[in-house]
Design a protein around this ligand. Structure first.
Ligand code: UDX
Ligand code: ADP
Length: 464
């Protein structure tokens, strides 16, 4: 079959995999190839056990793989053969040198730019899809400008706004698609090529264009605003716990103001995921770099509140359980950073587990999708942690349960059965406010939600 367009994506991760699968699904006449330096990842994309868990993705892969969607290890050959190249390689926070702990580590990005340069025999459109600090496209262009002869590159910024767990839905029906380009003739032409791809399924009014820097900055700012909402509600949850207010009632009342909106106001143990912290720290670094210290401090406080919320949760566990966890068994329900994903990057569960271990608690972790990643995250303490998929077996013989991920299945658990299996007094710390607290209290649990008064039988005994 002769394909209308040939598209390549470098980086087969949480962004590259699903977003290219959607293009292939919506455009059967385009050939889409995804490459990665990690051979194992490519093998898994080509198998029945995909490397990431994302509801609905397997169906789309089944419909497209081998027809117009291909996963390949031959990066150089694919660069030669494709003229539209998405770059979706990882950009972790730098761990060394200037900007360590704040700025993005662009070594993978730069390597990719050089690889594109070295293997290009024709002109190409290069599209940055990973979240990157503002002006990264400029760095990429500087490398690509070294091209000799007739080969020319147009660099576009097309940040991806999908959220994990809802990636398929977000890709199929995005709030907006943003394409940034240079305001030059060739920039506009390249931009039009990309607009045409998305216009196959996204309404035209949702495809917005901007200059390249605005596109890059928009992605950082969108994530910073979302994270700020989570930190805002979490900061108020601390106040609710000190007073008689209930964070769910406050969030409902505040969110019904249409200017505020009701989404993203769930208090919990804090945000995780690969983007929020990294992007805010990028923004902080950028502001400091330009001498805007007040602005940098403002955004950094979003991350600080997130850390504070996790510490508060642990201190609450410790305080409620008579200030000692040594030798006690704690069951962690949920290790993924949010529901409907197996991803554990920056999951608050990592920090909380380590803190519990440092108090000499025994930790038993249960999660429907994230146990493999949890074991990798906790490789250095592997002797002290147990992994049990079944939540009932995981909770059996435990002194306390801590719910750390908002998996729907936790709402449906038989807590009467679980209570019987646990050591008494049994403690339940609901770090995501997912369960019926009153019901669990009536069963006999001492229940500690986020941002709501604790329901403890122990207080009643003391007060009597
Ligand atoms: C985020 C952005 O939503 C997405 O647009 C961007 O492309 C990538 O970063 P993601 O990290 O996948 O997506 O998940 P998201 O749903 O935003 O949740 C992030 C974290 O915030 C999770 O740990 C989640 O549990 C937490 N959260 C979210 C809350 O604690 N409360 C809320 O009300 C919402
Ligand atoms: P994201 O959530 O941004 O998609 P991931 O870490 O899930 O991040 O995916 C990034 C992918 O990019 C990884 O699979 C990694 O192996 C791949 N990668 C990193 N550097 C390169 C490179 N130079 N060439 C090809 N793939 C790369």
């Amino acid at each position: 079959m002769k394909f209308q367009k040939k598209i390549l994506c470098i980086g087969a991760g949480y962004v590259g995999g699903p977003s290219m699968a959607m293009i292939a699904y919506k455009c059967p006449d385009y050939k889409v190839t995804v490459v990665d330096i990690n051979d194992e990842r490519i093998n898994r994309w080509n198998s029945n056990e995909l490397p990431i868990y994302e509801p609905g993705l397997d169906k789309i892969i089944k419909k497209t793989r081998g027809k117009n969607l291909f996963f390949s290890k031959d990066i150089e050959k694919q660069i030669k053969e494709n003229d539209i190249i998405f770059v979706s390689v990882n950009t972790p926070t730098k761990t060394f040198g200037t900007g360590a702990g704040m700025a993005a580590d662009l070594q993978y990005w730069e390597k990719t730019a050089r690889q594109i340069l070295e293997n290009s025999q024709s002109s190409k459109i290069v599209i940055e899809k990973s979240t990157l600090p503002v002006k990264t496209a400029a760095a990429m262009e500087k490398i690509l400008m070294l091209a000799k002869g007739k080969v020319k590159f147009d660099v576009l910024s097309n940040p991806e706004f999908l959220a994990e767990g809802t990636a398929v839905k977000d890709l199929e029906n995005p709030d907006r698609v943003l394409i940034g380009s240079h305001e030059t003739k060739s920039g506009w032409r390249a931009r039009q090529t990309l607009v045409e791809i998305y216009a196959r399924w996204v309404p035209q009014e949702k495809i917005i264009t901007s200059n390249i820097w605005s596109a890059e900055l928009s992605k950082l700012v969108a994530n910073a605003f979302l994270a700020q909402r989570v930190s805002s509600i979490n900061s108020i949850s601390a106040l609710c716990e000190k007073t008689d207010a209930d964070i769910s009632e406050v969030a409902k009342a505040v969110g019904m103001d249409s200017r505020v909106g009701s989404k993203f106001l769930n208090a919990g143990i804090g945000f995780g995921g690969s983007c929020f912290k990294k992007d805010i720290l990028n923004l902080v670094y950028l502001c400091s770099y330009y001498g805007l210290q007040e602005v940098a401090d403002y955004w950094e406080s979003v991350v600080k509140i997130n850390e504070y919320q996790q510490d508060r949760f642990i201190n609450n566990i410790l305080g409620s359980m008579f200030n000692t966890l040594a030798g006690k068994k704690i069951c962690i329900l949920g290790f993924a950073f949010k529901a409907n994903t197996g991803d554990t990057r920056e999951s608050p569960a990592i920090y909380i587990t380590r803190k519990l271990l440092s108090e000499h608690a025994e930790v038993i972790i249960s999660d429907p999708q994230a146990l493999k990643n949890a074991a990798i995250d906790l490789e250095d303490v592997k002797g002290s942690v147990k992994y049990v998929q079944d939540p009932y077996r995981a909770a059996s013989g435990c002194h306390a349960i801590a719910i750390l991920t908002d998996w729907d299945l936790y709402r449906k658990l038989d807590f009467r059965k679980i209570f019987k299996l646990m050591v008494k007094p049994a403690f339940l710390f609901d770090g995501r406010n997912v369960i019926d607290h009153k019901k669990c209290f009536n069963i006999g649990f001492n229940v500690y939600p986020i941002g709501k008064p604790a329901l403890s039988h122990l207080n009643i005994i003391q007060n009597d």
